[in-house]
Design a protein around this ligand. Sequence first.
Ligand SMILES: [Zn+2]
Length: 363
Amino acid sequence: MARFSSPTALVTTLALLGLVAGSAACGSSEERAAYDPNQPAQIDTDGDGIPDSPDPNAPGATPAPQPGRVGCSGTSYTEPLPTTASLAGLTFSQAKAGEYLLSALERRYPLGKWLVDEGVARPLPGQPGTCLERFLSDKSSASRVLAQAGTVVHECGHFLDIGKSAARSAAYVIREDLELSCKSGDTTSRGGKTFARSLLKSDAYYAKRKACGGQVRQGCDMYADIYLTGSATDAAFDSGDQGFNSLLEEATQYVNSIATGLAFADQLQNQRVSERDGILTFLWYVERYLKMAREEYPDAYATLSTDACWRQAILSVWDRGWFYVEASRGKDNLEIDAPAIEELAKDPALTVEIDKLRSLECQ
Ligand SMILES: [Zn+2]
């Protein structure tokens, strides 16, 4: 079965602020505009007596952005942003809702359309329907279809990556021109070298934002209810049993979710979606996972930090994720509790984990 457990775009209405968890998917503010998530932290996280953010000439300093190198763009990362091109002239009908969505994507977010086309071309073995057929569920109106665009692009992105992955390697299609396929990313019990993502519920950061327990509300982590479930040691398969490869895959697709949400933010009528919450949560998970790996699972950390493929994949998703967090800042209908999550994701004791990978990759 698919490597990825099955969650979704979490959609609420302004009136309810309650979950309308759309198509269950995936198989299974403060003023800190000047914040630089790649800025080295002014602390000595590993206690080696060397500040994590020494002067630029000191050993271990985070290298300056190098936009031409994969994983080394930092805050200089850029790609063509979605546009606000007019949707006038597109004809909506329930019978051709999928074609309508693709046409709208073509006008406003061509990369999103490409991801859907590529995902549609790769149905999951043994499962009926394309990603578009499976995840465009509400075809009642043009507005409802566009509100699901983020989910469709996200899920089709999974189908594309699954289709390109092999037994021991995970493919990450970041853009048309950037694809990485990295080895041994699943848990040790599933043939890889990492640990279950559910173990994040045992770290020191979990208490700062615990799982909501099935409710959708501010102040708790509704993604933990979907992605960090289960026990790493029992026999039953749970979503959270999957390893780092799956965590980074979700992060990859949550970038696509926010990018697509940005494309159609003006089309959401009295609706809020959680696209900014989603990517910020997964950026936070990636940092936490790296910290736990470095401190408690040396074999896992060696895999992720010494393999250029993993470093480049992590750093590319990180940079692209923050690019869209910034691009979507102020779009209130694309978030539910994003400022609180952003503060957690910017904890210097966690961002230093990205600095460490950056130093290894980009020196
Ligand atoms: Zn997903």
